[in-house]
Every structure is written in C-alpha cells, then in structure tokens.
Design a protein around this ligand. Structure first.
Ligand SMILES: [Fe+2]
Ligand SMILES: [Fe+2]
Length: 211
C-alpha cells in the first residue's frame, strides 16, 4: 500500500482514524520532548523554545481532533490506542541514534555540539517529512469531507522547515551533505513505519481494536 491508500483506509474507519490521530499526537509529543531535552539550560534561544512549544501544541491539537470522530476514544498513548505502536515509538528514537552515530563517527562532534547538531539534523529530516505528510493527509480529509483538519499544523511545520534551514546554515556552513544524510536515514525508517502501518490495516479491525 502506498501512503495515499493507507490514508484512505484510515480516514474511512473512525476507530482507525482515531488511532492514527493518536499515533501522530504521540510522535509530535515525542518530538517536543526531544527538543526540550536538547535545549541548553542557559543558552536556549527564542526559536528553540518556540519550536518545542509548537510541537507540544501539535500533540495536543491532534489529540483534540479525536473528539470529532463519533464513538471513539484514545485516552492514552498505550499500545491498544496506537497504530503500529512498536514502529511508531521506534521511528524517532532510531532516527536520533543513527544521526548521532553519523555526527560522532563521520563529523567527529561530541558534547554539547553533538547534541545541538543532532537536534538540527533530526528535526530537519522530520520537517521534510511533515511537509509532505500533513498536506497529503489534509487532501484526503478534504476529499472525504471529514471534520478533522490539520491546516494549522501545516502552516507551523512550513515555518519550522525554513527555520531549520537557516540554523543549519549558521552551524554547519556547508550543511547540504549532512542534511542529505539525515534525510536518507529518515527515509529508510519511514519506509519501515509505513510497512508496519500497511500490515496493521490488512488485519481485521474488530479483532485488534476494541472500542
Ligand atoms: Fe509538529
Ligand atoms: Fe515541526
């Protein structure tokens, strides 16, 4: 299944759609917590605070959207309320680990520089993905006349991508090879995540998901 087919199947079934929103919310929240964890206690700037706050808002906003789907409820991020819970949890953590390994072994960074550079590359790769994923999702929501909408997230993610580009330029100078590496790492992890989602959709819904 390609991503468009996955989205169509998800949006067509409220119980799956609720879990999709909850899964995205969990991933946004993981992103927000990772940004906060990467902040320098004293030198953190306005842009990084804004970014952490907006990712946390995305987590909250997506969770609120679940209320628009009748007879659904996903109160927590426990596996029963997520889609492909293992892969969805692993996606960001693996991206972080693999980007850090690249920055340590190939670029030779360590300490606070490594932490900040990893924040830049991991976040950049996620923003590239978000700028593709949310508009595709919104298009399916429009086509199906769903009450759910993610337009406000799209606007903020576009802003984040532009901000990450500026920050990478300042930190790395020649940022493109590093960004390309991060995007390649992310693409492999995204493809594994998408396979898990497709696998989930192939199984009978009622069996996996109690109301
Ligand atoms: Fe976000
Ligand atoms: Fe973002």
């Amino acid at each position: 299944m390609d991503f468009h087919q996955v989205l169509n199947s998800l949006v067509a079934d409220d119980r799956l759609h609720a879990r999709w929103l909850n899964t995205l919310s969990m991933m946004e929240n993981t992103g927000a917590r990772k940004i906060s964890a990467a902040e320098d206690k004293t030198r953190v700037d306005l842009l990084m605070l804004k970014h952490a706050a907006e990712e946390a808002r995305h987590a909250y906003y997506l969770k609120k959207q679940i209320g628009k789907l009748p007879d659904t409820d996903c109160p927590t991020y426990e596996p029963a309320f997520l889609l492909a819970p293992t892969e969805s949890h692993a996606y960001l953590n693996r991206l972080d680990v693999q980007v850090c390994r690249y920055l340590k072994q190939t670029v030779g960074l360590k300490g606070s520089e490594l932490k900040y550079a990893a924040y830049l590359l991991v976040t950049y790769a996620i923003e590239v993905r978000a700028d593709e994923l949310y508009p595709e999702y919104q298009a399916v929501l429009n086509e199906t006349g769903s009450k759910v909408n993610v337009r406000s997230i799209i606007v903020e993610e576009e802003g984040h991508l532009a901000e990450m580009l500026r920050q990478m330029e300042t930190f790395f100078g020649d940022w493109k090879p590093h960004a390309g590496r991060a995007v390649a790492i992310e693409a492999a992890l995204y493809s594994a995540w998408l396979s898990s989602l497709s696998e989930t959709l192939r199984r009978p819904v009622a069996q996996d998901f109690p109301k």
